[in-house]
Design a protein around this ligand. Structure first.
Ligand code: PLP
Length: 372
């Protein structure tokens, strides 16, 4: 994968914003409760290693990733903190998990038994650390009943090659104002806890939304993801508990500026025809960067002016209507502040009819990330 260093489009990541978002959350946690930074999917598009560094500076004591390779990336970057893979790893990757001291999620008896059998046959010295996942209503991975969790815990206790390090669940509606289903999931998790005679080192149930809006929650660790990047997990639904500072700006420059007469078609399919003589600016970003064709009609910022994207977004370029002539090289803000105006990741998500998580994760790998 090539990163396009030699064009003026870039994502600027403010590490200080991540550090402060984490520090603000850590300050709210009760004594002894830890924050693991969720840096999966390349730190939600912000860069896993740099985000992890910023999170540690804010008080994070561990990390969550979604797969083995993301965990290895952090270990190779030198992080020694606990790292939890929030998924079951393929059997042929178990040795790598042990070698890199990565904790792994178990959600079925079959996986647990097969993993133990494979590790028994290997000559590995360290046990594999396991977090048992209880499915309390997400319907994704996880043990479905308290009895199954209890059985799995007993199996691990008997095993030479496994170590029980954690127990967790995941809420599906923590970002909504109606907490009926959240309470049902919580009750189900409490039933799991009641069944167990002892608990592992980590018990954790909170994503960002649960941590922010469900203070009464259980456990001694939180898995803090989207809020760390300065994004309100609920979108517009719930007010921020403290101001979250967006960490990512997406900027580019005008690479060509021209005045076209009335009646000229702009972009593929001639979907926009200049109604009068207009100044048109071209910007080097397109759907191959994750800036999708649905962004047609969305306004970008140039010198504090909202400038509409006209015509279809191309693979590598798009065009905007300028209120006047601006020099080539003038900064264009796609996400972030420009003069006294701002475009948020949420604005982009609203345009696309999606959530900001998807926007952040969808920003293409060829966009360079610059860290400040
Ligand atoms: N925990 C689990 C199991 C997740 O899958 C995720 C994200 O998808 C998180 C925590 C972090 O969630 P958020 O980014 O909403 O804080």
């Amino acid at each position: 994968m090539v990163v396009a260093w030699h064009r003026p489009t870039k994502a600027v990541i403010h590490k200080k914003a991540i550090t402060e978002n984490v520090a603000n959350e850590v300050a709210r946690l009760p004594q002894g409760k830890e924050l693991f930074a969720v840096v999966k999917a390349n730190g939600y598009g912000h860069g896993a290693v740099e985000t992890a560094e910023a999170a540690v500076a804010g008080g994070a004591s561990g990390f969550c990733v979604s797969n083995l390779d993301e965990g290895v990336e952090l270990r190779e970057a030198g992080f020694t903190q606990p790292i939890l893979i929030l998924n079951m790893v393929p059997y042929d990757a178990l040795a790598l998990a042990v070698a890199h001291d990565l904790s792994v999620t178990a959600g079925t008896r079959e996986w647990l038994q097969a993993a133990a059998a494979i590790l028994e046959e290997s000559k590995l010295e360290m046990p594999l650390s396991i977090h048992l996942k209880a499915d309390t209503g997400m319907g994704r991975i996880g043990f479905c009943t308290p009895e199954e969790v209890k059985e799995a815990a007993a199996f691990i206790r008997e095993s030479r090659v496994l170590e029980w390090e954690g127990l967790f669940t995941h809420f599906s509606t923590a970002d909504q104002s109606d907490d009926t289903y959240w309470n049902l999931q919580k009750e189900r998790f409490m039933e799991v806890l009641k069944k167990l005679s002892e608990l592992p080192r980590y018990v954790h149930v909170s994503n960002s939304a649960t941590a922010l809006w469900h203070d009464e929650t259980i456990g001694n660790m939180i898995r803090y993801g989207v809020a760390m990047y300065g994004l309100n997990p609920s979108g517009h639904a719930l007010p921020e508990v403290y101001p979250l500072q967006p960490a990512l700006e997406l900027v580019s420059e005008l690479i060509q500026v021209k005045k076209l007469p009335a009646g000229e078609g702009i972009g593929y399919g001639e979907t926009y025809i200049t109604p009068e003589a207009e100044w048109i600016g071209t910007i080097p970003i397109g759907y191959a960067d994750g800036w999708l064709r649905k962004m047609q009609g969305f306004s970008l910022l140039v010198e504090g002016n909202y400038c509409e994207t006209i015509g279809r977004v191309c693979m590598d370029q798009l065009m905007i209507r300028l209120p006047q002539e601006f020099p080539v090289g003038t900064k264009v803000t796609l996400i972030g502040k420009n003069a006294d105006k701002e475009i948020t990741m949420q604005d982009v998500a609203d345009q696309l009819g999606t959530i900001h998580y998807e926007v952040a994760c969808g920003l293409g790998q060829r966009i360079p990330r610059e860290y400040q």
